[in-house]
Design a protein around this ligand. Structure first.
Ligand code: SF4
Length: 424
């Protein structure tokens, strides 16, 4: 069911009399199942929209609009498609009981893969989903491949019914659909010869596979460790070597690197990150692939926009994953602003110290880390640590933290976004 959550003021939808709570039923008599139907079918400039109003009346609107004019309708959030797998490293199993409720959703949704770049395994698709992917040409899709060998992949996903991924990718590719793919590397399961084979198979699919990332499995203190373990340094080094070997081939035959190790993989391997241009535009930076180099390049590009902050002290909060890396950009920031930057890195008490990413730091840990820090003019928090409703993973609202800290705080993705506006 598609329901309207909000209507933009002075929009076409508000002129028509559409209201929050109204149900969008059809376009040109074709049923609207979800936001994908809405996005694709309502893209025309003229169509007949069937609506059931919040009062239960069925109404049809004959809509004609100037090209490109948005209707001004915001939909209620979609019902997320649940996952059919049971990976041993599944993040959901690693959640402590009191975690934010949405973290318990085992989502595996091809629609969010297309719309937001969430990785999906494509193992829970029904025939009608396949038809929609092809009809709407949902490309690129972000696909968790893990292994191209069906038996290994089924073992990784713990799903004996997972369809052969190569057949799926081949079929979609024949309809013009491209993919960004990832391999979550579980030592002893899909590294070594299996990784090599997976890269060969993906390479043989040709230009439809736009990129591959190799990411070491992330486990929390709460994960079940019976079958999976984190890779050690030697295993990570071997994977980096495999990635580099394939990159060399890709650069000589396709003019770009094609396969990339995640930042975490280099850190476990104790090897330096490749330079920024080795990431070919950072296609998977949101997957932690080249994230540090990406950050550096954004800071570099925004340095001229920063205000003079002479005499001010700025505290930069991060998680363990970035604690050795963020200080590398402080001298450049200090030169541009004349402020002093200091780091506080926070160990994750919520998921356990093995979870190092900033996106999973709870509000309570920020609160504790900042509580006794007087004398700072500002603290910068990673913007990834709250969701779109400004709530941390432990359900603490950002506003609650803001009221509890001894200095102003700001959320920041790459420093320049938060510092461009001077403190008053
Ligand atoms: S694919 Fe695996 S890791 Fe992802 S939600 Fe499903 S069970 Fe969890």
């Amino acid at each position: 069911m598609l329901r309207i959550a909000a209507i933009a003021p002075d929009s076409l939808a508000s002129e028509l009399g559409l209201r929050p709570g109204d149900e969008l039923l059809s376009i040109n008599e074709r049923e609207l199942v979800d936001f994908l139907d809405w996005e694709f079918l309502a893209a025309d400039d003229a169509f007949v929209l069937g609506v059931r109003t919040a009062r239960g009346e069925a109404v049809e609107f004959d809509i004609e609009r100037p090209e490109g004019l948005p209707l001004g309708v915001t939909l209620e959030p979609p019902k997320i498609r649940r996952c059919a797998n049971r990976c041993d490293f599944c993040f959901v199993d690693g959640n402590p009981q009191q975690a934010r409720q949405t973290l318990f959703i085992r989502d595996d949704d091809y629609r969010l893969s297309f719309r937001h770049g969430n990785f999906a395994t494509l193992s829970n698709l029904k025939d009608k989903d396949v038809r929609r992917i092809i009809e709407y040409r949902l490309s690129p899709l972000y696909v968790s491949v893990h292994a191209t060998d069906t038996a290994v992949r089924r073992a990784v996903l713990r799903n004996p019914k997972a369809p052969p991924i190569l057949d799926q990718l081949r079929m979609y590719a024949s309809h013009g659909i491209d993919f960004h793919t990832q391999i979550v590397m579980v030592p002893g399961l899909n590294d070594g010869a299996v990784l090599e084979q997976s890269l060969r198979d993906l390479w043989d699919l040709g230009g439809s596979v736009l990129s591959v990332s190799v990411v070491p499995v992330a486990l929390t203190s709460f994960s079940r460790h019976e079958l999976v373990r984190s890779p050690g340094e030697a295993e990570a080094r071997a994977a980096v070597a495999t990635v580099h070997r394939w990159q060399e081939r890709a650069r000589s035959e396709r003019d770009f690197g094609w396969v990339y190790g995640s930042d975490e993989l280099y850190m476990v391997a104790r090897q330096p990150f490749p330079p920024a241009d080795a990431y070919d535009g950072f296609a998977q930076s949101e997957n932690g692939v080249g994230a540090v180099r990406y950050l550096e390049s954004l800071i570099e590009a925004g340095l001229d926009t920063l205000p003079d902050m002479a005499g001010q002290r700025v505290l930069v909060c991060t998680g363990a994953a970035m604690k050795d890396l963020l200080p590398l950009v402080f001298p450049a920031l200090a030169r541009a602003t004349s402020a002093a930057f200091e780091l506080v890195w926070i160990e994750n008490s919520y998921f356990g110290p093995s979870v190092t990413s900033v996106g999973l730091l709870p509000g309570a840990d920020f609160k504790a880390a900042l509580a006794d820090r007087a004398g700072y003019d500002l603290a910068l928090l990673p913007a990834e640590s709250v969701n779109e409703d400004a709530i941390f993973v432990d359900d603490m609202p950002y506003a609650e933290l803001e009221a509890a800290t001894p200095m102003p705080i700001r959320l920041s993705y790459h420093f320049t976004d938060a510092l461009a506006v001077a403190l008053v």
